[in-house]
Every structure is written in structure tokens, then in C-alpha cells.
Design a protein around this ligand. Sequence first.
Ligand SMILES: Cc1cc2nc3c(=O)[nH]c(=O)nc-3n(C[C@H](O)[C@H](O)[C@H](O)COP(=O)(O)O)c2cc1C
Length: 175
Amino acid sequence: MKSIKEVMLSRHSCRKFCSDKLNSELVREILDLARLSPSSCGLEPWRMMIISDPCELKELSVACNSQPQVAECSHAVILITRNDLRVGEEYLERTVRRRANTPQKYEAAMNYFRAKFADLDDEALMNYATKQLYILAANIANIAEGFDVRSCIMTGFDAAALEKFCALEAKFRPA
Ligand SMILES: Cc1cc2nc3c(=O)[nH]c(=O)nc-3n(C[C@H](O)[C@H](O)[C@H](O)COP(=O)(O)O)c2cc1C
């Protein structure tokens, strides 16, 4: 495992990947570590979709403005944001319950979120959630480099095409 200093000196955006497939256990380990990333209020408003099938990678590459590194990489990780963060929504309640260990703390957290998101419409809430994914993305790239795995963070994609590729419910959006 590389040191943080070695990671910061060697990480770069790779656009020419070798054809080796990464061990899926290693990919899982990288993403499991990255899942520990910080997020506003600890809401972790993300999901990850992992694509490794060569035909699907080709299809995904088209949605990413035909950038060739998507078709050529071993695994693509699509970071997906979510806006089901309102009181009454199962995701918020489940996430808060993990941290609030008394009914009083749970109620206090719910009152906090009720007020915090009261003035945000669904799109503003999605934007708030999307910002949380940048640290996650950086950590994935840096952790991968720590394991000597190259990466390329990307926002160069056609939003409608990528949404169609991911085929998710409206509360999720690829970021
Ligand atoms: C938010 C974000 C979006 C990016 N999108 C793309 C992309 O769509 N395609 C690409 O080849 N590189 C993309 N990059 C990589 C940048 O071009 C790269 O980080 C920058 O030129 C610095 O080079 P380095 O990462 O090798 O240090 C993106 C980087 C970030 C942080």
C-alpha cells in the first residue's frame, strides 16, 4: 500500500488503461474504504453502480461523449446521488437511526432535517446531495492509487444518455 505522500505524487487521470481485468475483491475493497468518506450531516447520499462487462462499458462510453478510456477500463464506477432525504422518507429515517441511539436524539435529528430542507425543492435537494459526491470521488481515486490502480474522475457525459443507461428511479441521478 502506498503512503499518502506517494499517492498524492503519483495519482493522475489515466486515459490509456491496460487490458487486465482488476480482481473484483480488490474493487470491492477500494469502494468499501471510500464509503467511509465524510458527507454533510453524515447523510451519505450516494450509491455506486459498477460496470465491468466489456459490452456494457462500450455502451457507457457512448453516454460519456465517446471517451475511449471508459470502453477500455477494467471497471467503471458510476456515482449516483439521491434526494430522498426528507422526513418521512425511508432512506433518511434509516440513516438517522444508525447514528441516533435514543428516541430523543432521533426526534431532534428529524426536527433538524425538517427545518434544514424545508425551503429546498427536489432539484435543490439533488444539487445539495450531488456536492457530497466530490469527496467520495476523490477518495476512490486516491485509495485506488494506494493499491496501485489507475483511475480517471469524469463528469464529461451526456446527462440524459447516462440516466437512460442507469435506468434508475427519479430520486437517483448519476453524478
Ligand atoms: C470533476 C472532474 C471532472 C473531470 N472530467 C473528466 C472527463 O470527463 N474526462 C477526462 O478525461 N478527464 C476528466 N477529469 C480529469 C481532469 O482533466 C484532470 O484531473 C486534470 O486535468 C488534472 O490532471 P491529473 O488528474 O492527471 O492530475 C475530470 C476531473 C475532475 C476533478
